[in-house]
Design a binder for this molecule. Structure first.
Ligand code: HAM
Length: 410
């Protein structure tokens, strides 16, 4: 039967039993974040458009593909397309920078981008991410990458590649932009239409192009490493040495710039080994100038975000079997008060129950209990009988204590 209403293009329902998988995946991510002493932050779905346009960059896909509108009181609002700008806004607005100089936050949240939907690319999707404020040391970069790798490992996602680069300071970026502009201008005819348009406004973004014709030219484009200061090169080498010591494999990717304007220094992405178009599981980097740009004090920061849908596609995580302890059969309304008193006690004693409110006949209830993997069936009529479904052992019980005795002896 066709529903009168369909979901909006690019959005998805997460239905059982997948919700169980999601819950387990989210629990793993919460657990690892807490082990590293990162605290959870939740921010509103709606923000002002300016927050993203001015800080993620006007020319970025993320800004251009926002769900945004003018509301009834002429405010320009957007459904958040990413989390870093909202987290920075909240960090400044809450005064956390004063109370918590080394502030580490994480989130699991829904985001919205009006991209062309395909497998692994949705218009509403979910991210897990961390943002660490207040440390400029390279150890902070190592920790953030270690968190990302730990999460992927815990989700049984094994075949991944860590791409890593250092894009230097904003000044280096300007110099690099000029270098790229010169190089791409010399090859302008061979570039895709989109990249030709970007040549003036944002030549660095051409490096991110997925267009076939651009890829060849990008291969030979100048690399930013040549422009880095001695200190930046030293830092990058220290980062790589730490990754080596942790046995975290990486590929130096000199053209990895990321699709958002706020980055400097370390940038990284973790992809699957497949050459699927949506193979980026996770991306992040330093954004040491964003807090100040958004009105806060000068604060170094680094973070990453990972797409939960994409991780779930790649994950070999097995859902825990969540079997029912006690299947409840109570087919006469007159016995419901007695039944609910037991249900209430069972729940308080941490049993998982399934109450057949459809009142199927007892034969079908046994079949149903077997199908649902229940361990016991409790039949409540005038009398009460508890039965172990596997062993067929059964006993008449007159109150909860007797029921509990039977259950604990099994
Ligand atoms: P991003 O690279 O735009 O970075 O997104 C991070 C991850 O979110 C991607 O690697 C991908 O797995 C997932 N993702 C992005 N768009 C979609 C989509 N349309 N459908 C499904 N999954 C998607 C950021 O968002 C930065 N805020 C990351 C960051 C945090 N940098 C520093 N801190």
């Amino acid at each position: 039967m066709k529903s009168k209403y369909q979901k909006i293009k690019g959005t998805f329902d997460i239905l059982p039993p997948d919700t169980q998988l999601w819950k387990e995946v989210e629990n793993i991510l919460h657990g690892i974040s807490e082990q590293f002493s990162y605290e959870e932050i939740r921010t509103p779905a709606l923000e002002s458009i300016n927050l993203f346009q001015q800080n993620v960059g006007y020319e970025t896909d993320v800004s251009k593909e926002m769900f945004a509108w003018e509301d009834q009181s002429n405010q320009q609002v957007a459904l958040k397309p990413e989390m870093t700008a909202p987290v920075v806004r909240a960090y400044i607005e809450s005064g956390f920078f004063r109370s918590n100089p080394l502030c580490r936050l994480y989130y699991i949240d829904s985001l919205f981008r009006r991209e062309k939907p395909q497998k692994g690319r949705q218009r509403q999707f979910n991210q897990f991410g961390v943002e660490a404020f207040g440390s400029s040391s390279i150890e902070q970069d190592v920790e953030v990458i270690l968190i990302a790798k730990t999460c992927l490992k815990a989700l049984s996602i094994n075949e991944t590649i860590l791409h890593i680069n250092n894009i230097g300071s904003p000044e280096t970026r300007i110099k690099y932009e000029q270098l790229l502009k010169k190089y791409f201008s010399q090859n302008i005819k061979a570039l895709s239409g989109l990249s030709q348009k970007r040549l003036d406004s944002n030549p660095i973004r051409i490096l991110d192009s997925k267009e076939k014709e651009d890829k060849l030219i990008i291969q030979n484009a100048p690399i930013i490493k040549e422009l880095l200061t001695a200190k930046e090169v030293e830092n990058f080498n220290t980062l790589l040495a730490n990754l080596d010591a942790l046995n975290i494999q990486y590929v130096e990717s000199p053209h990895l710039v990321r699709g958002l304007d706020y980055y400097n220094g370390t940038t990284f992405e973790i992809t699957t080994e497949s050459d699927k178009s949506q193979n980026a599981l996770c991306g992040g980097g330093r954004y040491d100038f964003l807090v100040e740009q958004m009105g806060g004090p000068s604060t170094p920061a680094i973070g990453f975000a990972a797409g939960i849908e994409r991780m779930i596609i790649e994950s070999k995580h097995q859902i825990k079997k969540n079997a029912i302890d006690i299947y409840i059969s109570c087919n006469e309304s007159i016995n419901s008060p007695k039944c609910f008193a037991l249900v209430h006690n069972l729940i308080e004693n941490d049993y998982k129950i399934f109450f057949d409110t459809n009142k199927k006949n007892p034969k079908n209830q046994i079949k149903d209990a077997l199908k649902r993997n229940a361990s016991f069936i409790l039949m409540i009529d005038q009398d009460m009988t508890i039965k172990n479904i596997k062993s067929n052992e059964e006993s008449a019980v007159s109150d909860f204590q007797q029921l509990l005795n039977f259950l604990t002896l099994q």
